[in-house]
Design a protein around this ligand. Sequence first.
Ligand SMILES: [Zn+2]
Length: 279
Amino acid sequence: MFEFENMLHDEFIELPFKIMFLTVVFIFGICIGSFLNVVIIRLPRHESLIKRASHCMTCGTKIRPIDLIPVFSWLFLRGRCHSCGEKISPRYPIVESLNGIMYVLTFIVLDINAKAIITCILMSLLIVVGFMDWDTHEIDMIVVGLIFVLAIPAAIFTDDVELVHRVIGALAISVPFFIIGEVSRPIIRKKFNEDFRAIELGDTILMFAAGALLGTQAVIVSALIGIIAAAVCGIILKVITKDSKFAFGPYLSIGIAAAMLWGNQIAQWYIGLLTYEPQ
Ligand SMILES: [Zn+2]
């Protein structure tokens, strides 16, 4: 960090330098995003993340190095495999650019410091959690474990959350989620004759890990944003797909990402609204 620390918000630093820095961050972000695609596809199948070279999902042809450039290769190939011409999912460039954009956004909001680096790692882990849950209705415990572990460097290198609020934060949402899950289980079994919970254990453990990282205020904000996003998108998706099964993880991930960037400001603003007294 040293001499670069908090340079982006420094008005005496030239704009071209800032743009150059953010461009490098974006390119780095889409390259990591390329690896996230591999993780999202291979982790649920328990395939090695590094052993086998990337290959076409249809014809199995090994992908040429020239076609492995994040985002740009997909655009250049117009979204088709160079060997069999089969469509390549737009998911690949979407995940890559999303990761690049989240890195850039993180540095713009937080500036260059330890919290920004921890947040970038979190953003990538959330992209994996969100897309994997969307695909498989399963939240991967290895990735959630990594989010929890991020609370350690956060506690050492940043000072915006007190240790006691990391403990309370871990419990603030996960405990109510657990209770809702337990209470809903017999009701769902009785009504639909199926064994699942209104809020799954995976979502509960995700909010435990996120709470340790975010602290009390921000984790409550993250859950509120997640619930609102899930309600809005859930209604829209239900109209389109008529599918009643529903992954909560992607929306919680959006909430956690937003709360990591703006959690305390949103909490202050909301508390300000509640305690507003007209003169
Ligand atoms: Zn192919």
